[in-house]
Write a protein that binds this ligand. Structure first.
Ligand code: PMP
Length: 359
């Protein structure tokens, strides 16, 4: 029996997608092999790759002045690739927001390549309130401003994109991509690790405005965005299995009504969970209401000594991976696209009963 998976990543994949995979794993469409065993240069794999890319473009309504790249190394490699490619000897200044644990990692990497201006920080407030764009202190002479859109560990997110500044924005959308519509035209570059809403680990997808694709002979080929753009992300052997399965997730999303539908589903799931937590004296989530993530919901119990019991019993109830990130403790429910509403209902039911027995 499949259990409900609240892991922050690698996270739940749609059961329908895994069923399809099961059908194809030994013999893909009467080809006599699995996709994992085929050459990435074969017309079949090239078509799988191109279709996945196009479906991703369709889902996010990405304009043709952007390219979409499939790169290994996860989102962490992007912490380095972004400054390596977007900074140069003529401009090595960048703006960064410090809005959570992943921001700190991005900042640490970027410092190796140039000077940073921290435009806003919520660290003093334990990252509970995402700073409003109206309060960002931007150095306009910098090459870009980097932000982590949804801080997976802290559960804080920038959901309102009305007042974004005109500077080139670079967004880490690893834990919120494809969860709701996104106006890509407001950004210069968006990157996302795959293992949350996209597919299995092993990939990051980069949406990059084409004017930023410039020859960089000073960089290793594998570190240059241009290399991937010029070769349809097949300069070397790409992670074909992750790409193929991601393509199936995109089809699944399209068939369900695209990102407008996802937004509805995800808001409904998140509202239910936050409403329950807010109505309880036993559980708390102290992220500012405006900043609350609809993907990652961290919560604490008043009596922290109950945490191991909560985790043991929730696991026995078929609710997996509810431990908070090791750096912050507590609990966290990641409710990505592939976690169904029934999973959230089951979690709330469990939390109610746990409170009754231990409150
Ligand atoms: N950024 C964010 C917002 C993340 O949530 C994560 C992973 N959880 C990363 C970056 C790092 O991703 P990866 O493990 O793919 O390098």
């Amino acid at each position: 029996m499949r259990k409900y998976n609240f892991c922050a990543g690698p996270s739940a994949l749609p059961t329908e997608v895994l069923e399809e995979l099961k059908e194809e794993i030994l013999d893909w469409k009467k080809y006599g092999l699995s996709v994992m065993e085929m050459s990435h240069r074969s017309k079949e794999v090239v078509e799988i790759a191109e279709t996945a890319k196009q479906d991703f473009i369709d889902l996010l309504k990405i304009d043709s002045n952007y390219d979409v790249l499939f790169i290994q190394g996860g989102a962490s490699l992007q912490f380095s690739m972004v400054p390596m490619n977007l900074l140069s000897s003529s401009n090595s200044l960048s703006n960064y927001l410090n809005v959570g644990q992943w921001s700190k990692k991005a900042i640490k990497e970027a410092k190796k390549y140039g000077k940073l201006n921290i435009s806003a920080s919520s660290e003093d407030n334990s990252f509970k309130n995402y700073p409003s764009p109206n309060n960002w202190q931007i150095d306009d002479s910098a090459a870009y401003l980097h932000l982590v859109m949804n801080e997976t560990i802290d559960g804080a997110c920038l959901r309102n994109h009305d007042n974004l500044p005109a500077i080139d924005l670079v967004a880490d959308c690893s834990s919120c991509i494809l969860s709701e519509p996104l106006d890509v035209s407001k950004f210069a570059l968006i990157y996302s690790g795959a293992q949350k809403n996209i597919g299995p680990a092993g990939l990051a997808i980069i949406i990059i405005r084409r004017d930023l694709l410039i020859d960089r002979d000073d960089l290793p080929a594998m570190m240059s965005y241009k290399t991937y753009s010029d070769s349809d992300s097949m300069y070397n052997t790409p992670p074909t299995f992750a790409w193929y399965l991601s393509g199936k997730v995109f089809k699944w999303l399209k068939n369900k009504g695209g990102l407008e539908n996802q937004k509805k589903e995800n808001e409904s799931k998140a509202n239910k969970l936050y409403s329950f937590i807010d109505s309880s004296d036993f559980y708390t989530n102290d992220v500012g209401i405006e900043s609350r993530s609809i993907m990652n919901v961290p919560f604490l119990m008043n009596d922290e000594s109950l945490n191991p019991k909560f985790l043991k019993e929730s696991e026995e109830a078929g609710l997996l991976n509810l431990a908070g990130h090791r750096s912050v403790g507590g609990m966290r429910a990641s409710i990505y696209n592939a976690v169904p509403e029934e999973g959230v209902d089951a979690l709330i039911e469990f939390m109610k009963n746990f409170e009754k027995q231990n409150g």
